[in-house]
Ligand binder design. Structure first.
Ligand SMILES: Cc1cc2nc3c(=O)[nH]c(=O)nc-3n(C[C@H](O)[C@H](O)[C@H](O)COP(=O)(O)OP(=O)(O)OC[C@H]3O[C@@H](n4cnc5c(N)ncnc54)[C@H](O)[C@@H]3O)c2cc1C
Length: 512
């Protein structure tokens, strides 16, 4: 046992006894960041994580010198990460080595056309004008529009609303009308560009939020602006480095992480949650609990049945994904760090995924090849390729033949690679790891395998309209992560930790 600074071996024990005990369910990025915030405030914090590894969808997998991020591959909105580190008394750029990824991504179309998204405006102008005359000016107008939407929407979502009569909420409907929130994103972008390539280029980003580019809100016009203005980064060591670094800060503040410790239920009495019972039957009392596991799952499986859970079932869920991780003994120059292959049946494939909840014949594909900025991701002259194919989410009582479905998805990718001159790709695969929608559900308890949510990120389910970060009955039960306020994705899951900590501070005070 380490001797405390005052030299008294018992002082830690007595001070721990006086501390409030917070239990965090799940070690996703939202859970780790909340745990660190609470420990910094003096809480005794234990994280119970069902899996054998921390980080949830920001976890990583290593094999034979190849490293893969299980989920997130883009570090967007770096300011949110920076603030989370700063609130823990740390400088993000000192804690992690970050590379700015520029060009941000390559978007390839099946007619051999390609657009590269870069901060080099002369290059952007050349590309756009070659494709469609006058499009560069319209691109600049679109970016200016994106700036206003981004600025206003961040101001709306980067805070708690402690009262439904909060005056700022009155502004919200005006904002929605002003920024064409009720217009379909694709239709809105079509006013700016005639070329199908440019329309796809400025709307495909919806896919990484798990939503349909053809029917998502016109407000998402801000996504490419945000990527350009704030930059897209990649940490040395992969996206998992963010979880690992925040976890080591949390542990330095005293957080205890218990892996392979699935929570079976949250125990409640009257209007309070009293603690958690693990699958092994052990009970762990707590003064307060923060559930970072998927929120609809927590209401459905960990809490006594209630109306809220039924209401959550009726919400919209994000799409799912089949993800392949391949250790490859070759580096392909055709791929950038982030490459998107837009299918020539993009519209039909989006309809199959989002409207029919199915598996597209000829899907658009996203590829991550991290050795472009981080040579540590694979052995020398090799690569660790991740391919993401979006699919419908899981339906109850439907049988899925995962072998047939994943074989089909793999063939679609190999076919597309062959068109790019990568016809020997299959021969260079050393091994494959595959996540299906069912794996997302089983590994992380994501409702319906909703890989990017689980709750969809549509207009009525984002910001303060997403399920609240506290339980209305059990007043010491809180939520953090991608399925509570303000939204999904790494930055917003990190932001959820700040918001829930502020809420906890209102009840329990902040000694810092
Ligand atoms: C394929 C993919 C690509 C993505 N790409 C990006 C990207 O490029 N950029 C980006 O910003 N975001 C991306 N995301 C989204 C991002 O990864 C997630 O939004 C974020 O990691 C979610 O964090 P979270 O805090 O909600 O927790 P989660 O990652 O959902 O973790 C919750 C944790 O709770 C644990 N848990 C569940 N039930 C229990 C239980 N009963 N007991 C104990 N523990 C439990 C789970 O095992 C898990 O570890 C991607 C996601 C995926 C899957």
């Amino acid at each position: 046992m380490p001797i405390p600074a005052d030299g008294n071996p018992f002082s830690n024990i007595f001070s721990d006894m006086a501390k409030k005990h917070a239990i965090v369910i799940g070690s996703g990025i939202g859970g780790i960041t909340t745990a660190a915030n609470l420990a910094k405030r003096g809480y005794k914090v234990t994280i119970f994580e069902k899996n054998a590894f921390p980080g949830g969808r920001c976890g990583c997998y290593e094999k034979d010198g190849h490293r893969f991020d299980i989920g997130a591959t883009f570090l967007m909105m770096p300011g949110i990460y920076e603030e989370a580190f700063a609130l823990l008394g740390k400088d993000m750029f000192e804690e992690m080595e970050l590379f700015r990824v520029d060009p941000i991504y390559k978007v390839k179309f099946s007619n051999q056309k390609q657009l590269v998204f870069s901060s080099d405006m002369a290059f952007m102008q050349k590309q756009f004008e070659e494709l469609e005359k006058g499009s560069f000016d319209r691109f600049l107008k679109l970016m200016s529009r994106g700036f206003h939407i981004y600025d206003r929407s961040m101001a709306m979502i980067n805070r708690n609303y402690f009262s439904p009569f909060d005056i700022s909420l009155l502004k919200y409907p005006f904002l929605l009308f002003k920024y064409k929130a009720f217009h379909d994103h694709y239709k809105y972008i079509s006013r700016y560009f005639r070329s199908e390539e440019l329309r796809a280029f400025f709307t495909f980003q919806n896919l990484y939020l798990g939503q349909n580019p053809y029917s998502s809100s016109g407000m998402y016009t801000f996504l490419p602006f945000m990527e350009l203005s704030d930059g897209v980064y990649f940490p040395k060591g992969g996206m998992h480095k963010v979880a690992e670094t925040l976890l080591s800060i949390a542990e330095a503040y005293g957080v205890r992480l218990e892996l392979k410790s699935p929570v079976l239920r949250i125990d409640v009495e009257g209007k309070r949650a009293t603690g958690v019972t693990l699958k092994d039957g052990s009970f762990h009392p707590a003064d307060l609990i923060v559930a970072n596991a998927d929120l609809p799952y927590v209401y459905r499986e960990l809490l006594p049945p209630g109306r809220k859970s039924k209401g959550l079932e009726r919400k919209k869920y994000s799409c799912a994904a089949i993800v392949f991780h391949w250790g490859v003994d070759k580096v392909y120059p055709q791929l950038g760090q982030h490459t998107v292959f837009v299918s020539d049946k993009h519209r039909e494939s989006c309809k199959t995924i989002f409207k029919d909840n199915g598996f597209a014949e000829d899907p658009s594909i996203y590829i991550h090849s991290p050795v472009r900025s981080d040579l540590s991701a694979a052995p020398v002259k090799q690569d660790s390729i991740t391919a993401i194919v979006h699919t419908g989410n899981l339906e109850e009582n439907r049988e899925y033949d995962w072998k047939e479905i994943t074989d089909h998805a793999r063939s679609a990718i190999l076919r597309r690679f062959a068109e790019e001159g990568m016809d020997d790709f299959e021969k260079h695969i050393k091994f494959e790891i595959c996540y299906t929608p069912d794996s997302w559900k089983k590994t992380f308890n994501l409702s319906r395998g909703g890989t990017f949510g689980s709750l969809a990120h549509n207009l009525l389910q984002m910001g303060f309209m997403r399920p609240a970060n506290y339980h209305r009955k059990y007043r010491n039960l809180y939520f953090s992560g991608g399925s509570t306020q303000p939204g999904s994705g790494m930055p917003l899951s990190i932001l959820s930790a700040k918001l829930v900590t502020e809420r906890i501070d209102r009840t329990y005070g902040n000694p810092n």
